[in-house]
Design a protein. Structure first.
Length: 320
């Protein structure tokens, strides 16, 4: 895998000219979206004014007009950005993936399977799954695949209407080793302790029976940020060496995103929570912002650093 500095050079020498061209397209599309939105809003206001007598009798008409205007705008937005997004992925994302490592393949439409997501045991099973920007291959002889994922749960109302809530949205990474972990170890963001304090949070952690035994680590900073469960206490401590705990803390600090991991069989699963699709180009922010363009690269480098630390952890593998 190329270093961040090498990828920065590739970004400026190879991708930047394409980004400049796409930036002009982005500005034109943004203008069309703003104009279209203004027209739809004006039409909606006119309809509401004309319908005021009816609205007084049935306020639901107002909601109907608002929902219709929003749905129409969403459809038009998707149509306007569809070709632009495809061009961005073809000219920027696909070459960038190859620049990271020539052994990686990229498919804009596919995603990590629901089977692999469920096998991670990090989240409850989703009722529907979507995703895109699937990457698979080898980095430094490590088998890896990842994609953006959006996993959702269905809820039924008293009127039998469906609503959906998000289980996970973000970057999901699956790494395969040629050796097995003996047990199952899960590392989660420590929301209980940070929310309820050491006493109540510690009690809630210890009584999370669905996760296995709580593993107490000897790194105070790590304990404040993460909670560890495992059915093999000794192996969990081999996995979470001091170096790996440091890498996870650095990862969390630099990415500013919650991260969850599980070590099961011969696989590691890494879930990095985002509220957006990392590969999708922004319409309302400049493509030439280096931070936006390199966010994905930095996230992947941090994730691979965790995997490489495990690969080099002789104490872990020597006990197999």
């Amino acid at each position: 895998m190329k270093t961040t500095s090498q990828l920065t050079d590739f970004y400026y020498k190879t991708l930047y000219p394409h980004l400049q061209e796409l930036e002009e397209d982005r500005k034109k599309i943004r203008s069309k979206i703003i104009i279209t939105g203004a027209i739809i809003l004006a039409i909606a206001i006119v309809v509401i004014i004309i319908s005021l007598p009816a609205i007084e009798q049935s306020p639901d008409i107002l909601l109907f007009v608002g929902a219709g205007a929003s749905a129409l705008m969403a459809i038009i937005y998707k149509l306007l950005v569809k070709d632009y997004t495809a061009e961005f992925k073809f000219r920027i994302i696909a070459p960038l993936i190859k620049a990271i490592d020539s052994n990686l393949s990229y498919n804009a439409q596919n995603h990590v399977s629901t089977h692999l997501f469920n096998r991670s045991d990090l989240f409850s099973s989703p009722d529907r799954m979507s995703g895109n920007d699937y990457v698979k291959g080898k980095i430094d002889d490590i088998n890896i695949e990842f994609s953006d994922l959006h996993a959702e749960r269905r809820h039924k109302s008293s009127k039998n209407k469906d609503s959906w809530s998000t289980i996970f949205q973000g970057l999901f990474i699956v790494v395969e080793f040629n050796k097995n972990f003996q047990g199952k170890t899960i590392v989660l963001p420590d929301t209980a302790q940070s929310t309820f304090g050491d006493l109540i949070g510690g009690w809630l952690q210890s009584n999370n029976l669905s996760r296995g035994e709580l593993v107490k680590m000897d790194d105070i900073t790590f304990e404040k940020e993460f909670v560890v469960y495992s059915d093999d206490q000794i192996e969990a401590r081999y996995i979470l060496s001091h170096t790996l705990m440091e890498k996870l803390l650095v990862f969390k600090k630099k990415s500013s995103k919650p991260v969850s991991l599980s070590f099961i069989g011969n696989h590691i699963h890494i879930a990095i929570h985002y509220e957006k699709d990392l590969f999708e180009p922004s319409i309302f922010h400049s493509l030439l912002d280096y931070k936006i363009a390199m966010e994905y690269i930095n996230t992947l480098h941090l994730a691979i650093g965790i995997v490489e630390e495990l690969k080099l952890n002789q104490k872990l593998w020597s006990k197999q």
